[in-house]
Design a protein around this ligand. Sequence first.
Ligand code: EPZ
Length: 449
Amino acid sequence: MNIVSALEQPMAADRHTYSITGGVPLEGSVTASGAKNAVTKQLVAGLLTDQPCVLHGVPRILEVDLVLGMLAELGTQVTWLGEHSVQVHTPEVRETSLSAMYSGVNRIPILMMGPLLHRRGETIVPLPGGCTIGKRPIDFHLEGLRQMGADIAEHPTSVKVHVDDRLTGAHIDLPFPSVGATENLLLAAVRASGTTVISNAAVEPEIVDLILMLQKMGALITINTDRTIMVEGVRELRGVEHTTIADRIEIASFAAAAIATDGCIEVRGARQEHLVTYLNTLRHIGGDFAETKDGLAFWRARSLTATDVETGVHPGFMTDWQQPLTVLLTQASGTSVVHETIYEDRFGYTEQLRAMGASVDLTTRCLGAVACRFHGRDFQHTAKISGTRRLLGADLVIPDLRAGFGYVLAALVADGTSTISGTRYLERGYEQPVAKLAAVGARITTRPV
Ligand code: EPZ
């Protein structure tokens, strides 16, 4: 989809539904795409300079088209140099504000505040809004920017930000290691006057990859072992050429598919260092992996058994790995516990799994090793999964991106045929999911809507 058509129908409708017949072991190789959650922020980082920035490994997904559309609205010249390489060049920021149609679309506009304050001193950006997985406020972002001298006025669907001269370095102690807030403050701090210290920062591989790109652009950033990030502000940044890391969520999704279907999938581009916690969990369940020439291969080593998992900030078990894992655990004997500590409402998708025959009970209790932020509150954030359960094919409606691959996986292990709608959510973050699944032998077809 090109930028224009993505903008004409940002999230309007599915292009097609999927039909998946389960029970086939998936075998073969797929290539991991670039990480959505790295590249979208790196495109924003391009706004920090008036020189061209080239990114390689850019996945051709709707989310990328949306971000490029936003940038084009601000004055960025967007040039595709190859299938997965794009140049963004903003010699001049023509517009300081993004149009309201981006309100509630995604979380990228709020990351543009810092770069736009540096380029033009003011901006109005649309707010992301909540979504099916939780409220997702942006208070940490705004408080941090205020500490750096930004004058912020909040409106129902947008936020207006202004700075008199330059943003100024500050010591910001994040109440929680938020990925987005850390990225937002990094993008604000690199060209601020003085030094910014972000303590309790998130250090996900996607954030480190953003830091690597910024460092190539001339930024001075130090990551300490205690999750403190120190940024010494510089006046100007220069253009850059950078290759985005592979998508560790997509890799984990295909790994789960290999193990759940009792097949073997090599994911080219997968890197062990980005998956350490996930690989341990796969081993606990009965999966295994090996390094190949081009990536990692995943398979089932023995019959699957239950395990307990708590999602957490890096280097913990990612919340975005939780959905394929939960489906995988329906195929493991015994009772597993998955304690979700990042989002308060990320198990809604399990209702449709229960309809397929899965045994997934939700509770508001913290059944993990530690009480999390949701302790004593009315959030069903722990799942007890009992297996092994045979799943039956069903008509599934995807509620959000990561639940989407969970449903694909459920359909792959289920008896009979499932139809899946809401595929626009899945395709927002996974590049060519149908072609990749078909390449490893999935019986998947699409029907236009
Ligand atoms: C990023 O979201 C990812 N999104 C998410 O992936 C991912 O699940 C999440 O990080 C955690 O790894 C993108 O990168 C675009 P957070 P983000 O700020 O940055 C609370 C996907 O499917 N919080 O780390 O929004 C918040 O409510 C998506 O690709 C505040 O309370 O996540 C949540 O409970 C889904 N106030 C927790 O912190 C704030 O100001 C973690 O959120 C900010 C966050």
